[in-house]
Structure formats: C-alpha cells, structure tokens
Ligand binder design. Sequence first.
Ligand code: GAR
Length: 226
Amino acid sequence: MASPPASTSPAPPGPTGPPARPARLVVLVSGSGTNLQALLDAIAADPEGFGARVVAVGADRDGIVGLERAERAGLPTFVRRVKDYGTRDAWDHALAEATAAYEPDLVVSAGFMKIVGKEFLARFGGRFINTHPALLPSFPGAHGVRDALAYGAKVTGCTVHFVDDGVDTGPIIAQGVVEVVEEDTAEGEAALHERIKEVERRLLVDVVRRLARSGYRIEGRKVILP
Ligand code: GAR
C-alpha cells in the first residue's frame, strides 16, 4: 500500500500564533450528513477560533439530507454521480475538478460512500481525511458497524484517518471507542451505529480543529499532531 506524501497543513501555524487564515474545507457526503452538521455547528459556535470553514459540500447523489443541511447553511454544493460518466476514471476526474474549484486545504469524507480514484488521490492525498464507523484496521469497508457486530466484537468505535489508495487503510489520526452491549445483538446495527456516531461527531470536529489550527505531519503510518 503506497504511503501518502509527507505533508503539512497548507496553512501552518506561525511560531507565535494561529494560521493567517482559516483552512478551507470541502466536505463530501452521501447520506444524512450529521457529521457535516457537527462541523458546521462547531464552526458557527466559534468562527474565529475554530481555524477552518466549510467552503463547499459535494455529494455522489441528489436528494440527500446532507445536501439540504449544506443549502440551509448557505453553502455551495455540487453533485457528481458515477452513473453520469462513461468510466469510473471520468467520474473521478469530475469529482476532483469540482472539489479543486473551491481550493480546499482539507477535504473531509463524512459519510461519503464512494472510493475515489487515482487522480483525486494525486490531487488531494495528504489532505484528504475520512471518518469510518469502526476501529480500523478492523472492519474496513461499507459495513463497518454490521461487520463488527456479526464478528462478536465487544468494543468497536470510529476512526478518523488520512485516505490512501486502499479501502480505509490510510494513516490513523484519532479513534474513539464504543462498547458493544447485549441489546445491540437483538436490535441490530442501527442502535450501535447511533452510539458510534455520537462519539464520531465529536472526534471529527476535534480532529479537524486540531489539523486546521496546529498543522500536522505524516511520517509513514504515523500522523504527528503538535
Ligand atoms: C458515519 O458513521 C460514517 O462513519 C459512515 O457513514 C456515517 C455517515 O453519517 N461512513 C462509512 O461507513 C464509510 N465507510 P452522517 O451522514 O450522519 O454523517
């Protein structure tokens, strides 16, 4: 698995203070967008101090609550659907172009359920993060909650990581732990996923704030936050 390029945040802090301008975030969503909402709320609560602002929200499908949340916040949105392009590479190029148009310092995959391609990674690698509802490297992929439950794991949780060219394999930035309780077996993945998302939203907000405000380095698999 290729390591992402060593990277620092594009707006690194000066020796005596925070970055000169807030980091620009493009957030990618596919669903309900509660992680996006958590970011929007945290930024709105502390617009000066947070160190970042969302400049656009992208999606791979129309008609999702995540896009409604962006529109309610007055943010520009874009949708690039795989089925509208002849090849997966053409879709990847279109997604990369649409994202690049907003000149992001960080791209946040917050429930974005598509694997991006080579071009997107080449353009945004080292500044593209994803949140995943399991404790990686266990249970990667589209069904992290269901797979942990089916396996009989007693703890699971969420992971915020940089994206590389594997499926949920990039360097880990932070993780949160959630206990699997007896009732989860009977009630299925929805209840467990909701408890994970409570932890996940806080974790994502905290990670984005730290990356934006303080910068970071990626050394092999290690993410170094000052
Ligand atoms: C989150 O739990 C996120 O980790 C998961 O989708 C949910 C999106 O929730 N992503 C994946 O499973 C990616 N493999 P949200 O739309 O309410 O933010």
